[in-house]
Structure formats: C-alpha cells, structure tokens
Design a binder for this molecule. Structure first.
Ligand code: NAD
Length: 390
C-alpha cells in the first residue's frame, strides 16, 4: 500500500491553515488541528486528520458553524448543560472541558453535558485534559448524523452509531489510565478497510441484513435484494449493547441532546456528538493519599499477572498502537492508555498518511479554495511530505 510520511508539526500547520482559510479564528483552527493530529499520533487514524473531509463537507453545506461560543442552557454550579451551537467540536469540547474543570476545582466535582456539538473526535483527548489537572473523568457519548450502523443485542437492524465510553484515572507522576473505546465490536473504519482490500473481518463483529452472522464487510456497503444493509455488533454481546444504550440515553437524552431516533435526522453532512461528563477531584473526597497508594498497589499487582499464550491482542484491540506498546513492555499486560502513549513516541517524527486520505485532504483544500478563494494548497505539494510503501 502506498503511504506518505509527514512530520506532525507540518501536518498540524497545514490543518490549522486549512481552517483559518475556511474562516476559523486562530484558537479554533489551533484546537482543531491539534486534536486531529494528536489522534493520528496516538494511533487512532480513524479519528485523525482524515476527518477533515467530513468536516469540510459539513461546513460547506451550512451544517457545521465556525467560531461559536459555548452557551449555557442550564447552570446550577457543579451541574451545567452547555450547548455547542453546532460549532466545531474540537473548540466546543475544549470550551466545555475548560469550564467543567474550573467548576470541579471549585466544588470538588462537576457533572455537565455538552450537546449539539459537531464531532468531538477522540474522546480520550478530553479525558486526558481532565486527568492532566488531577481529576477523575467519566464520559458517556452518543453520536448522530450518519445512518445507524450498530445493532442492539438480538436485533437484526441497526439502532446506534458507535457510541463511545471513556474514563480517565490520574496517577500522580505517571501517565493516567485512559479507557476509551467505541461500543461496537470493531470500528466502522476497519470494516471499510477490509471491504476495500476484499478481506473478511474477524468473527462476531458483523451481521448481514437478515441478522445472520457474517465476516463479509460487503454487507455494510452493498444492499441486498430487499435494499437492506447489515450491521456491526456491539462488543461483548448484551454488555456492549447495554453500554451503547447508556451512552445514547445519558450522553444525549439526559442533557437535552438528540438521540439517533429518526425524528432528529435532517442533517446530512456533519457528524454530531452529545456527551455527559463527570469530573471528580480525589483530593476533595478526602482520599487523595489513599487513592494514590491503593491505585499504585493495585496496578503493580495487576501488571504482574502472567501473560496469556496468545498475548494481549483481541481482534478489536489489534491496533498498531497496542502492538507498539507490547514491544515496549514485553513482559507484562498493558494498562489502558499505554498503547496511545507508546504510539506517540513511535510517531513523534513522522505520521503515515495513506493515499486515499491524502487525496481527500487535497480535495478539502481545493473545495475551500473554490468556496472562499484561499487555501493552504494541496497537502501533497507540501515540501514536508515524503513517499513510502508499507
Ligand atoms: P480501541 O479498540 O483501539 O480501544 C482503545 C482503548 O483500549 C484505549 O483505552 C486503549 O488504551 C485500550 N487498549 C487497546 N489495546 C489494549 C491492550 N492490549 N491492553 C490494554 N488496553 C488496551 O478503540 P476504538 O473502539 O477503535 O475507538 C477508537 C477511538 O474512537 C476512541 O478514541 C474513541 O473515543 C473514538 N470514537 C469516537 C466516536 C465519536 O463519535 N466521537 C465514536 C466512536 C469512537
């Protein structure tokens, strides 16, 4: 497969410039570029710079609005609901997290909702922001905007997108534990890659339009004779289903946000998130010292567990990031969050961009140029790009 390499700083500069040309103020352009490039650096290319294609389409079709300020739909101090005004998710989530962190410092905890925001990307980013301030964070997020693609347990039709669950546990002087995953068995992006390559997906990830188990990615892209498509299964059967449902109802309905019910489906181009966040300051629970000691004790014991024969890779986790982290810590189980940290080291000098994503990014620049008369130019012309085969 043809791959291109670019250093993270140049890539971030290019994305920042793209959004400045589209009309974003400096801070918004910086927030967006930083978030997307950090997702690539962390090994989550599905949530990296490739998202620009969707964002640009959403912006040019008047769905995504630039330069929005968070407005408070409800404010009761340690409880608030922020409205994202259909603004750029990377800016709206950053503004909401800034406010939530300030309130958690003041009250010792804060529970807040962010609703009506454009895509907020890799949710771990927001959890890491809280952990960097010594706060525990729990996030339930729902996603809307695309046709549903994840089936409820026992169902043959999709009723969700890939609603993610995320939690952060800070560890004094060490990297936080970051648990951050979609509730589907595998990411939709991985099914697309398998479809493009003509290879099957792992078992227990997909059903066809009739609800039969399938490993054929085509069931998600080619309608059957009755016009039906297949669906992704949730991870862990009924357990992942329960979590997807909690994300839908607490991440959206509880905070006045839209569920993925068809009633709310007029948006065509953008992808939208609603998120419920709970922040806790361990010090204000009076347990800071015990928490840190017990955490340390438990993690040491946890990571002393003997390795299983087939090591630490489930099909859904077989990310490049987990493979890199396993090389770094070959003799022990990994902690959630470590694959991303290891990947940032591995990609510090150079991020790979596949040929399809590169051509989509070039198209983003030309669409912005066409609409607004200015753009950073195609990424493929950028002098910092180099070409390689993987
Ligand atoms: P994934 O399956 O790669 O799992 C990632 C999580 O598992 C991380 O916490 C990681 O540290 C941990 N992990 C991976 N391998 C591990 C191992 N061997 N041992 C211990 N821990 C391990 O993630 P995913 O489901 O593909 O989701 C990827 C990203 O997509 C997430 O950042 C998520 O927030 C994001 N997402 C966003 C949306 C949205 O609507 N904004 C929707 C779905 C997913």
């Amino acid at each position: 497969m043809l791959e291109f390499q670019i250093d993270p700083q140049s890539l971030e500069q290019w994305v920042e410039q793209l959004w400045r040309c589209a009309g974003s103020e400096d801070r918004e352009a910086r927030d967006t570029a930083h978030h997307l490039v950090l997702a690539n650096l962390s090994g989550h290319d599905s949530h990296g710079v490739g998202m620009n294609d969707r964002y640009v389409a959403s912006f040019l079709n008047q769905e995504l609005r630039l330069n929005q300020r968070l407005s408070l739909a409800h404010d009761a101090g340690a409880l608030f609901i922020a409205d994202g005004q259909r603004g750029m998710g990377q800016s709206m989530a950053r503004q909401a997290m800034d406010l939530g962190i300030d309130r958690a410092r003041l009250h010792g905890h804060c529970i807040f909702g962010l609703r009506n925001s454009h895509h907020i990307g890799r949710i771990g980013h927001w959890a890491e922001m809280a952990a960097a301030q010594g706060l525990v964070a729990v996030h339930f997020t729902n996603a809307i905007g695309s046709p549903t693609m994840v089936a409820p347990f026992g169902g043959a039709q999709a009723r969700f997108l890939t609603n993610p669950f995320t939690a952060a546990i800070p560890r004094p002087g060490q990297n936080p534990i970051i648990v951050d995953f979609a509730s589907s068995a595998i990411a939709h992006g991985k099914v697309r890659v398998a479809y493009n390559k003509g290879v099957p997906v792992p078992e227990d990830c997909l059903i066809d339009a009739k609800g039969q188990p399938s490993d054929d990615p085509a069931v998600m892209f080619e309608a059957n004779e009755e016009g039906g498509l297949g669906a992704l299964l949730t991870f862990g059967g009924h357990k992942g289903y329960g979590l997807a449902l909690v994300c839908e109802l607490l991440g959206a309905a509880l905070i006045g946000g839209e569920s993925i019910h068809p009633l709310h489906f007029p948006k065509q181009y953008g992808i939208w998130n609603n998120m419920l966040v709970m922040l806790i300051d361990p010090g204000r629970l009076g347990q800071a010292n015990y928490f840190a000691e017990e955490l340390d004790r438990f993690v040491q014991w946890l990571t002393s567990a003997a390795l299983s024969a087939d090591s630490r890779m489930s099909p859904a986790q077989s990310s490049e990031a987990a493979a890199v982290a396993s090389k770094l810590y070959p003799e022990r189980v990994l902690l959630p969050g470590e694959p991303e940290v290891a990947m940032r080291e591995a990609r510090a000098a150079s991020i790979p961009i596949d040929a399809t994503t590169l051509s989509q990014l070039d198209r983003c620049a030309s669409r912005i140029e066409e609409a607004l008369g200015t753009s950073p130019g195609p990424l493929s012309d950028f002098s910092a790009m180099s070409r390689s085969k993987s």
